[in-house]
Ligand binder design. Structure first.
Ligand SMILES: C[S@@+](CC[C@H](N)C(=O)[O-])C[C@H]1O[C@@H](n2cnc3c(N)ncnc32)[C@H](O)[C@@H]1O
Length: 222
């Protein structure tokens, strides 16, 4: 009897088991609200959706796309539809969705430019691509402090910190990229005419950078 070959587990598959223990938190609730303030539409794609936390509260049909089967298994309860695919090359049609959210992906994926190009391909003219990534001063300690100040109980914050430390080590060992803001901005410069000015929303204590690309109604990229 032949066996179906198994895809080797990636760092993201291992991280999936701990992801919500670290990130299903007051900080992510505020993060999701900041995302909801910036995107709207009937159909929204969460590109690199992980467990679906960032877009769980959007009032839209959310399609979660991720290359990790383990992340997607957990996203099923949050996204309306999930697609196992690379964020650089999805099976979604050109100009088929109202907005795309790329949350916490560009600092850690193989090619931010390729991911954002794909987001711009699938979004309709007049739509938005919201890109977010951790600020350079967002460390495990600073995030833990913010979580506490937003009301996460001490024990949960300590557990999240221990898990984040362990997975930080694993990501370095497995050579997951960790780009800083200048490197991300230089990759994204190809998509904008003016200098890039990402925002760090005060509600998130400056821990996240957010950049919203508005796709021209004429269909030309910004
Ligand atoms: C740090 S998690 C962020 C998850 C979610 N967007 C959030 O903010 O909670 C990064 C996610 O991007 C996914 N990812 C990384 N590179 C990818 C790629 N090239 N194609 C598809 N997904 C990718 C990982 O599997 C992981 O689920």
């Amino acid at each position: 009897m032949s066996k179906t070959p198994r895809t080797p587990r990636t760092f993201w598959d291992w991280y999936a088991a701990a992801y919500d223990l670290i990130w299903d938190s007051p900080f992510t609730t505020t993060f999701a609200a900041e995302i909801a303030r910036r995107v709207c539409g009937d159909v929204i794609v969460d590109l690199g959706c992980g467990t679906g936390l960032a877009t769980a509260t959007l009032n839209a049909h959310v399609i979660g796309v991720d290359s990790s089967a383990e992340m997607l298994r957990r996203a099923k309860g949050r996204c309306d539809q999930v697609v196992l695919a690379s964020a650089e090359r999805t099976p979604l049609h050109d100009e088929s969705v109202n907005a795309v959210v790329v949350a916490n992906v560009v600092h850690a994926c193989a090619s931010p430019t390729a991911v954002v190009r794909e987001a711009l391909r699938i979004v309709q003219p007049g739509g938005r691509v919201l890109i977010t990534w951790p600020s350079d001063h967002a460390t495990i300690d600073s995030i833990a402090n913010v979580q506490r100040s937003l009301g996460l109980p001490k024990l949960s914050a300590a557990r999240a910190k221990r898990l984040a430390t362990a997975f930080g080590i694993l990501s370095a060992m497995t050579r997951v990229p960790r780009r800083a803001t200048p490197a991300i901005m230089s990759e994204l410069a190809v998509f904008v005419r003016e200098p890039i000015r990402p925002q760090a929303p005060p509600a998130l204590f400056g821990m996240q950078q957010m950049l919203c690309l508005r796709v021209r109604p004429a269909g030309r990229n910004p």
